[in-house]
Design a protein around this ligand. Structure first.
Ligand SMILES: [Zn+2]
Length: 238
Protein backbone atom coordinates (compact mmCIF):
# COMPACT_ATOMS: atom_id res chain seq x y z
CA UNK A 1 0.00 0.00 0.00
CA UNK A 2 1.12 3.52 -0.71
CA UNK A 3 2.63 4.88 2.54
CA UNK A 4 0.46 8.00 2.49
CA UNK A 5 -2.62 5.90 2.00
CA UNK A 6 -1.56 3.81 4.95
CA UNK A 7 -1.36 7.00 7.03
CA UNK A 8 -4.77 8.08 5.74
CA UNK A 9 -6.22 4.76 6.79
CA UNK A 10 -4.89 5.36 10.31
CA UNK A 11 -6.28 8.87 10.17
CA UNK A 12 -9.65 7.51 9.09
CA UNK A 13 -9.84 5.30 12.21
CA UNK A 14 -9.01 8.28 14.42
CA UNK A 15 -11.57 10.45 12.63
CA UNK A 16 -14.18 7.77 13.08
CA UNK A 17 -13.41 7.61 16.81
CA UNK A 18 -13.56 11.39 17.06
CA UNK A 19 -16.95 11.33 15.32
CA UNK A 20 -18.18 8.68 17.76
CA UNK A 21 -16.97 10.74 20.71
CA UNK A 22 -18.79 13.77 19.30
CA UNK A 23 -22.00 11.75 18.83
CA UNK A 24 -21.68 10.34 22.34
CA UNK A 25 -22.06 13.90 23.68
CA UNK A 26 -25.66 13.66 22.47
CA UNK A 27 -26.57 10.05 23.03
CA UNK A 28 -24.97 9.50 26.44
CA UNK A 29 -27.10 12.21 28.12
CA UNK A 30 -30.14 10.75 26.29
CA UNK A 31 -29.37 7.31 27.69
CA UNK A 32 -29.00 8.80 31.17
CA UNK A 33 -32.30 10.60 30.77
CA UNK A 34 -34.02 7.32 29.84
CA UNK A 35 -32.57 5.55 32.87
CA UNK A 36 -33.72 8.37 35.14
CA UNK A 37 -37.25 8.38 33.75
CA UNK A 38 -37.46 4.62 34.18
CA UNK A 39 -36.49 5.05 37.84
CA UNK A 40 -38.97 7.86 38.27
CA UNK A 41 -41.75 5.89 36.63
CA UNK A 42 -41.20 2.92 38.95
CA UNK A 43 -41.13 5.22 41.99
CA UNK A 44 -44.33 6.95 40.87
CA UNK A 45 -46.17 3.65 40.39
CA UNK A 46 -45.19 2.65 43.90
CA UNK A 47 -46.25 6.02 45.25
CA UNK A 48 -49.65 5.80 43.53
CA UNK A 49 -50.30 2.33 44.95
CA UNK A 50 -49.21 3.46 48.42
CA UNK A 51 -51.53 6.45 48.24
CA UNK A 52 -54.41 4.21 47.16
CA UNK A 53 -53.86 1.77 50.02
CA UNK A 54 -53.74 4.66 52.49
CA UNK A 55 -57.02 6.01 51.12
CA UNK A 56 -58.58 2.54 51.38
CA UNK A 57 -57.39 2.22 54.97
CA UNK A 58 -59.00 5.57 55.82
CA UNK A 59 -62.18 4.37 54.16
CA UNK A 60 -62.06 1.13 56.14
CA UNK A 61 -61.84 3.06 59.44
CA UNK A 62 -64.69 5.36 58.47
CA UNK A 63 -66.90 2.43 57.41
CA UNK A 64 -66.20 0.61 60.68
CA UNK A 65 -67.13 3.72 62.61
CA UNK A 66 -70.25 4.21 60.50
CA UNK A 67 -71.37 0.64 61.13
CA UNK A 68 -70.76 1.02 64.88
CA UNK A 69 -72.83 4.24 64.97
CA UNK A 70 -75.67 2.64 63.03
CA UNK A 71 -75.63 -0.44 65.25
CA UNK A 72 -75.95 1.83 68.29
CA UNK A 73 -78.84 3.59 66.62
CA UNK A 74 -80.43 0.22 65.83
CA UNK A 75 -80.08 -0.86 69.46
CA UNK A 76 -81.75 2.37 70.54
CA UNK A 77 -84.71 1.77 68.20
CA UNK A 78 -84.99 -1.82 69.35
CA UNK A 79 -85.10 -0.49 72.94
CA UNK A 80 -87.93 1.87 71.95
CA UNK A 81 -89.93 -1.11 70.67
CA UNK A 82 -90.51 -2.06 74.29
CA UNK A 83 -92.45 1.13 75.03
CA UNK A 84 -94.54 1.35 71.81
CA UNK A 85 -98.14 2.52 72.41
CA UNK A 86 -99.88 2.71 69.00
CA UNK A 87 -99.82 0.77 65.74
CA UNK A 88 -98.82 3.89 63.94
CA UNK A 89 -95.77 4.29 66.17
CA UNK A 90 -95.00 0.61 65.70
CA UNK A 91 -95.13 0.82 61.88
CA UNK A 92 -92.92 3.90 61.86
CA UNK A 93 -90.33 2.28 64.12
CA UNK A 94 -90.27 -0.96 62.09
CA UNK A 95 -89.68 1.08 58.95
CA UNK A 96 -86.86 2.92 60.70
CA UNK A 97 -85.29 -0.37 61.85
CA UNK A 98 -85.57 -1.95 58.40
CA UNK A 99 -83.93 1.03 56.79
CA UNK A 100 -81.05 1.11 59.27
CA UNK A 101 -80.50 -2.66 58.87
CA UNK A 102 -80.32 -2.22 55.11
CA UNK A 103 -77.85 0.61 55.54
CA UNK A 104 -75.67 -1.51 57.85
CA UNK A 105 -75.71 -4.38 55.39
CA UNK A 106 -74.74 -2.03 52.57
CA UNK A 107 -71.84 -0.62 54.60
CA UNK A 108 -70.68 -4.11 55.52
CA UNK A 109 -70.56 -5.10 51.86
CA UNK A 110 -68.52 -2.00 51.04
CA UNK A 111 -66.25 -2.71 54.03
CA UNK A 112 -65.55 -6.25 52.77
CA UNK A 113 -64.73 -4.90 49.32
CA UNK A 114 -62.43 -2.33 50.85
CA UNK A 115 -60.58 -4.93 52.92
CA UNK A 116 -60.15 -7.07 49.81
CA UNK A 117 -58.84 -4.06 47.88
CA UNK A 118 -56.33 -3.32 50.64
CA UNK A 119 -55.05 -6.87 50.54
CA UNK A 120 -54.66 -6.72 46.74
CA UNK A 121 -52.92 -3.37 46.89
CA UNK A 122 -50.56 -4.56 49.62
CA UNK A 123 -49.53 -7.46 47.39
CA UNK A 124 -49.07 -5.02 44.48
CA UNK A 125 -46.95 -2.75 46.64
CA UNK A 126 -44.71 -5.66 47.60
CA UNK A 127 -44.07 -6.40 43.91
CA UNK A 128 -43.67 -2.75 42.98
CA UNK A 129 -41.23 -2.15 45.84
CA UNK A 130 -39.07 -5.03 44.73
CA UNK A 131 -39.19 -3.89 41.10
CA UNK A 132 -38.44 -0.25 41.92
CA UNK A 133 -35.54 -1.35 44.12
CA UNK A 134 -34.07 -3.47 41.33
CA UNK A 135 -34.43 -0.69 38.77
CA UNK A 136 -32.96 1.83 41.20
CA UNK A 137 -29.90 -0.29 41.88
CA UNK A 138 -29.30 -1.33 38.28
CA UNK A 139 -29.89 2.09 36.73
CA UNK A 140 -27.84 3.87 39.35
CA UNK A 141 -24.91 1.67 38.44
CA UNK A 142 -25.41 2.33 34.73
CA UNK A 143 -25.73 6.05 35.38
CA UNK A 144 -22.37 6.07 37.12
CA UNK A 145 -20.74 4.27 34.18
CA UNK A 146 -22.30 6.69 31.69
CA UNK A 147 -21.31 9.70 33.77
CA UNK A 148 -17.72 8.46 33.81
CA UNK A 149 -17.88 8.12 30.04
CA UNK A 150 -19.19 11.67 29.68
CA UNK A 151 -16.51 12.97 32.02
CA UNK A 152 -13.78 11.28 30.00
CA UNK A 153 -14.90 12.52 26.55
CA UNK A 154 -12.77 15.66 26.80
CA UNK A 155 -9.51 13.87 27.53
CA UNK A 156 -10.23 11.14 24.97
CA UNK A 157 -10.85 13.78 22.30
CA UNK A 158 -7.62 15.50 23.24
CA UNK A 159 -5.61 12.27 22.93
CA UNK A 160 -7.18 11.53 19.54
CA UNK A 161 -6.56 15.09 18.35
CA UNK A 162 -2.90 14.81 19.29
CA UNK A 163 -2.59 11.51 17.41
CA UNK A 164 -4.37 13.16 14.48
CA UNK A 165 -1.88 16.03 14.41
CA UNK A 166 1.05 13.61 14.39
CA UNK A 167 -0.37 11.64 11.46
CA UNK A 168 -1.39 14.73 9.51
CA UNK A 169 2.14 16.12 9.71
CA UNK A 170 3.38 13.11 7.72
CA UNK A 171 0.84 13.42 4.89
CA UNK A 172 1.30 15.91 2.04
CA UNK A 173 -1.30 18.71 2.08
CA UNK A 174 -2.85 17.96 -1.37
CA UNK A 175 -3.33 14.29 -0.44
CA UNK A 176 -4.89 15.34 2.84
CA UNK A 177 -7.31 17.70 1.11
CA UNK A 178 -8.45 14.92 -1.23
CA UNK A 179 -9.11 12.79 1.84
CA UNK A 180 -10.97 15.59 3.63
CA UNK A 181 -13.07 16.40 0.57
CA UNK A 182 -14.12 12.79 -0.08
CA UNK A 183 -14.78 12.25 3.62
CA UNK A 184 -17.06 15.25 3.81
CA UNK A 185 -18.86 14.26 0.62
CA UNK A 186 -19.40 10.66 1.72
CA UNK A 187 -20.05 11.36 5.37
CA UNK A 188 -17.24 9.22 6.76
CA UNK A 189 -15.21 6.64 4.84
CA UNK A 190 -12.82 8.03 2.23
CA UNK A 191 -10.21 5.25 2.09
CA UNK A 192 -11.73 1.96 0.93
CA UNK A 193 -10.53 -1.43 -0.08
CA UNK A 194 -11.10 -2.82 -3.56
CA UNK A 195 -13.70 -5.55 -3.17
CA UNK A 196 -14.00 -8.29 -5.82
CA UNK A 197 -12.32 -6.00 -8.36
CA UNK A 198 -14.81 -3.19 -7.71
CA UNK A 199 -14.79 -0.02 -5.61
CA UNK A 200 -15.56 -1.00 -2.00
CA UNK A 201 -17.72 2.09 -1.60
CA UNK A 202 -19.85 2.48 -4.75
CA UNK A 203 -19.26 -1.07 -6.05
CA UNK A 204 -18.46 0.12 -9.57
CA UNK A 205 -16.27 -2.45 -11.37
CA UNK A 206 -12.69 -1.30 -11.98
CA UNK A 207 -10.85 -1.71 -15.27
CA UNK A 208 -7.89 -4.12 -15.37
CA UNK A 209 -5.64 -1.12 -16.04
CA UNK A 210 -6.94 0.67 -12.93
CA UNK A 211 -6.48 -2.48 -10.86
CA UNK A 212 -2.87 -2.70 -12.04
CA UNK A 213 -2.31 0.90 -10.99
CA UNK A 214 -3.89 0.31 -7.57
CA UNK A 215 -1.80 -2.83 -7.06
CA UNK A 216 1.36 -0.99 -8.05
CA UNK A 217 0.53 1.65 -5.42
CA UNK A 218 3.15 4.11 -6.60
CA UNK A 219 0.58 6.85 -6.32
CA UNK A 220 -2.80 7.32 -4.67
CA UNK A 221 -5.64 6.04 -6.86
CA UNK A 222 -9.21 7.19 -6.59
CA UNK A 223 -12.48 5.71 -7.87
CA UNK A 224 -13.57 7.49 -11.08
CA UNK A 225 -17.17 7.14 -10.01
CA UNK A 226 -17.30 8.18 -6.32
CA UNK A 227 -13.83 9.56 -5.63
CA UNK A 228 -12.97 7.09 -2.84
CA UNK A 229 -9.25 6.49 -2.24
CA UNK A 230 -8.66 2.86 -3.18
CA UNK A 231 -6.20 0.24 -1.96
CA UNK A 232 -5.64 -3.42 -2.80
CA UNK A 233 -5.90 -6.27 -0.32
CA UNK A 234 -5.11 -9.72 -1.77
CA UNK A 235 -7.62 -11.57 0.41
CA UNK A 236 -10.68 -9.50 -0.43
CA UNK A 237 -9.88 -7.57 -3.55
CA UNK A 238 -9.51 -10.39 -6.09
ZN1 LIG B 1 -16.45 4.28 -6.02
Amino acid sequence: MHPHLEKLLELQVIDYDLGELERSKDYLPDMMENLRSEMQEAAEKLETATKRVEEAQVQQKSLELEIKTKEAELAKYQQQMMSIKTNKEYDALVAEIDSIKAAISQSETTLLETIELISTLEKDIEGLTEKAGGIQENNQRQLEVLQEKIDSIGSKVMTKEQARQTIISSIPKPTLSVYERVRRGKGGRAVVQVKKRACGSCFKALTPKKIQEIKRADRINTCDNCGSLLYWDNEESN
